[in-house]
Design a binder for this molecule. Structure first.
Ligand code: T46
Length: 137
């Protein structure tokens, strides 16, 4: 029943004069080895994405520009986390339902993932998600 998500705060090196640099390293700021990077962008404002969980995949979502709301849900508890700062990341562990809502036209969402793409790792139906969760207990 524990929350398998967490907001991570990264270093902001620099200042308003020269701008900022934020480093993230695997097994350091990012709590896994990074096997894949993808990004989501040019999403029309009325579009909502996600609506699935993963069996094994761990990810960190970083909003590089614009803003997006991420709804995370472990079947017991839900939270909506607004991402609008490139020095913050949202870690999402396995067996967490996620929805991406309220995209700005300018939003660029970068995702760091612990595994390469594997469709069999997805649970794309909410009642299957609850069934799988109940079997894990
Ligand atoms: C997630 C959220 C945050 C690939 O071919 N390779 C990839 O690495 C990915 C991520 C997707 N795809 C293909 C699969 C679909 O045909 O791209 C298409 C769109 O994928 P999907 O509908 O799963 O996209 P989102 O935005 O709903 O979800 C994505 C990730 O798939 C997912 O793991 O957690 O972003």
């Amino acid at each position: 029943k524990t929350k398998n998500w967490k907001v991570l705060s990264f270093n902001r090196i620099g200042d308003n004069e020269i701008g900022y640099l934020t480093p993230v390293e695997e097994n350091k700021e990012i709590p896994f080895l990074i096997k894949r990077v993808y990004y989501i962008y040019n999403v029309p404002e009325e579009i909502e994405r996600g609506f699935h969980a993963h069996r094994k995949l761990e990810q960190v979502l970083i909003c590089m520009n614009g803003s997006v709301d991420i709804k995370v849900d472990n079947g017991y508890e839900q939270e909506i986390i607004r991402l609008n700062d490139p020095a913050k990341g949202l870690y999402i562990g396995p067996h967490t339902w996620r929805e991406m809502l309220s995209f700005d036209a300018s939003t660029v969402l970068v995702v760091l993932a612990s595994q390469t793409y594997d469709e069999s790792d997805y649970i794309r139906n909410y009642s299957d998600f609850i069934d799988v969760r109940d079997k894990l207990l």
